[in-house]
Design a protein around this ligand. Structure first.
Ligand SMILES: [Zn+2]
Length: 278
């Protein structure tokens, strides 16, 4: 209640300008609160995932600005007084300019201090029950699964428009659905995607989905085995497939195993079938 009252008196400081890096649009708001001598900037989360924040000053010219450099912004929570600026500084350069030109704000999804992948979890294959699919790239795949972020990703060789089912229950952090094209490395940030947060603090990414290919939206609770969207060929991709990866915060990919194939590291050329086990 208190929080709502306070925020209603604040102004939106970052509407334009300083664009938080690494996260989707509209995940955070910067609110400023002017008091007698200083102005306080708070960061408000609109996200369903926790975020680690890193705030800094771009150069050393400005004095007397107090910054809380690092912190954990919990889901839908507020970090108060992240930046404290004397009103004399605000009045001389302006709030928008101060934030845009002098402050850096970096965000990473997840809480790396508490997230630990539940290695006992056996994932459901992300395709329809009874469907047999070929693996086109597995752990440490030479083509594109060598980075920390993709080391243990699995590529499923499936045509555009194939139904995708949640491999594990969780909360939808975001969906990206507006891309239409695929290509080389220039397309690396242009893949449609669903990101789901698990209860152990890890994230599942379902990537290269078709245009408008998500049936879920930010904030939805998703059950294991729920139909969530349609595969495609968007972003950095040489052909239709689903790239599925589970990651710790800071984009650290972890090994995962699927129902029916426990402890088996799937590799290129393997065929797998989702079997309903009840
Ligand atoms: Zn892949």
């Amino acid at each position: 209640m208190n929080k709502v009252l306070i925020i209603s008196f604040l102004t939106l400081a970052f509407a334009k300008g300083c664009k938080p890096e690494n996260i989707q649009p509209n995940e955070v708001n910067f609110l400023s609160e002017r008091k007698q001598d200083s102005t306080y900037v708070h960061i408000v989360s609109n996200s369903f995932a926790p975020m680690e924040i890193s705030v800094g000053l771009k150069n050393g010219e400005l004095k007397n600005i107090h910054i809380k450099n690092h912190g954990l912004l919990k889901s839908k929570d507020t970090l108060f007084k992240v930046i404290i600026v004397p009103n004399t500084v605000i009045d001389s350069i302006g709030e928008t300019k101060l934030l845009r030109k002098h402050i850096t704000a970096k965000f990473d999804y997840g809480d790396s201090k508490t997230a630990v992948h539940n290695d006992a979890y056996v994932y459901s294959l992300p395709v329809a029950i009874g469907k047999k699919v070929r693996i086109s790239q597995g752990f440490n795949g030479k083509k594109s699964h060598s980075s920390i972020a993709s080391k243990y990703a699995i590529d499923f060789d499936i045509p555009v428009g194939t139904e995708i089912y949640a491999a594990r229950e969780g909360i939808v952090v975001y969906t990206i659905t507006g891309y239409k094209k695929a290509g080389g490395k220039a397309y690396v940030k242009k893949a449609n995607k669903i990101l789901i947060l698990h209860d152990d603090g890890t994230f599942a990414a379902y990537s290269h989905l078709m245009y408008n290919g998500a049936l879920v939206k930010k904030g939805d609770t998703v059950q294991r085995g729920q139909l969530i969207g349609y595969s495609g060929n968007t972003g950095y991709s040489s052909g239709p497939h689903l790239h599925f990866a589970v990651r710790l915060p800071k984009d650290i990919c972890v090994p995962i195993y699927f129902e029916g194939y426990e402890n088996k590291a799937l590799k290129k050329g393997d065929h797998v079938k989702r079997i309903k086990i009840q």
